[in-house]
Ligand binder design. Structure first.
Ligand SMILES: Nc1ncnc2c1ncn2[C@@H]1O[C@H](COP(=O)(O)OP(=O)(O)OP(=O)(O)O)[C@@H](O)[C@H]1O
Ligand SMILES: [Mg+2]
Length: 382
């Protein structure tokens, strides 16, 4: 397939696109050996040629950015005006038409490994646990079999889901399994979330305080450290469609090992497993991301693996906090690769759910945060 490349400086196009189209575009582009930017440019070139594109459902569309060849943005805007449709409808028609014109090559042929999503960044308190837990709940509601791993020694997630931490020296903790010292099958360490809405599909591997010693213990492990998490989870991976890890607020060995686990496996489609990064609309979050990304790049070059970035989640955003907060949010939104997957406001339902040790989707199933988590789950579900 040839993709048109214009000369000149590429221009940024910010439009709204539904989570489903974002996901399908990303997956299909990868299957055809294209990046999303080139696939979008191709989609638009096909759309300009078609005069009779049918209307497409755009409910739930949210901000999304891409680059077009020089002159591409004004051409797109003018064409939408000429056809008397909104830009959201125009891009949806273009992407839908492209997906229909480029059938899936591989999806049915390659059996994919369990999807692994590491929710992480070393900055504390930005919402890693909220995102990891909420996303896992939304996946389970969608019908997926989900394993949620409390990979943070603080054990916040375990407690907030109303579950108990694994006792120290019980031979049941994740760390003990990673060290080959598990005394029972790792399945025996799991808790099944009891809420009916999850239909027994949401399982938790609770935290244990021994993980506070994680880096010290792991640094004395002579070989196989990187693979230790994959080895520990291997016996239960086949029971799940997706595994979500709640990362710790640090950049040590524990993070390296978790990133290694979220690597793209052989034959796996791009941007399916990887890291999802909650941030705030503030300067320290940009600095934290730069550092996090440096560690990811170093890990990839040292161990020759690919760890994909699935996107940013801008959390606890409140535009009333002033122009600088709004500007920082826009700066995140302008990033195309990876882009912002979801923006969450600072809402009381999450704080209330935390206080009551109840899963958010059970406590306030119809709140804005719950809807946003479901939208994210639909976009990320492979
Ligand atoms: N969108 C939100 N609206 C309201 N409260 C939120 C939101 N996101 C997170 N919180 C609350 O903010 C606090 C910190 O969030 P959370 O524990 O998810 O952050 P974290 O990044 O996991 O923290 P840590 O670095 O300690 O692991 C929690 O009490 C949580 O319930
Ligand atoms: Mg946390």
């Amino acid at each position: 397939m040839t993709v048109p490349h214009g000369g000149g400086t590429p221009e940024k196009l910010i439009v709204n696109l539904t989570p489903e189209l974002r996901r399908d575009l990303k997956i299909r582009a990868t299957e055809h050996g294209l990046n999303v930017t080139d696939a979008t440019a191709h989609a638009l070139s096909l759309w300009y040629e078609r005069v009779d594109s049918p209307a497409v459902e755009v409910k739930g569309a949210k901000s999304w950015g891409t680059y077009l060849p020089a002159g591409g943005v004004s051409r797109f805007v003018a064409e939408c005006e000429r056809r008397g449709i909104a830009k959201t409808q125009g891009i949806a028609q273009a992407v839908t038409g492209w997906l229909m014109a480029q059938p899936s090559l591989t999806q049915r042929l390659i059996s994919q490994p369990v999807q692994r999503i590491l929710v992480a960044i070393q900055k504390g308190g930005v919402g890693k646990t909220f995102v990891a837990s909420g996303l896992a709940q939304a996946f389970a509601e969608l019908g997926l079999r989900v394993l949620l791993i409390d990979y943070d020694p603080q054990g916040h997630m375990t407690r907030r889901l109303g579950q108990k931490l694994i006792p120290m020296d019980s031979g049941a903790s994740l760390l003990e399994h990673m060290l080959g010292k598990g005394r029972k099958h790792i399945r025996r360490s799991l808790a099944v979330l009891p809420q009916e809405r999850f239909a027994g599909r949401l399982h938790l591997l609770p935290a244990c305080h021994d993980a506070f010693l994680f880096d010290a213990v792991m640094s004395s492990m002579r070989t196989g450290r990187e693979e230790s998490l994959a080895r520990a989870l291997e016996p239960i991976e086949k029971d799940y469609d997706v595994i979500v890890l709640d990362g710790p607020p640090s950049l040590g060995l524990a993070m390296d090992i978790a990133m290694h686990y979220a690597q793209r496996r052989e034959g796996e489609l791009a941007d399916r497993s990887g890291v999802l990064m909650p941030v705030w609309a503030d300067t320290p979050s940009f600095e934290a991301y730069d550092l996090f990304n440096t560690q990811r790049q170093q890990l990839m070059s040292m161990t020759r693996v690919q760890v994909d970035e699935l996107g940013f989640v801008v959390n606890t955003y409140d535009g009333r906090r002033g122009a600088s907060v709004q500007k920082k949010k826009e700066e995140w939104e302008e990033r195309a690769n990876p882009g912002v997957i979801q923006i969450f406001g600072d809402l009381k339902e999450q704080r209330d759910a935390t206080d009551r040790s109840t899963p958010l989707l059970e406590w306030a199933p119809d709140c804005e945060l719950a809807q946003g988590l479901r939208s994210m789950a639909r976009e990320l579900a492979a």
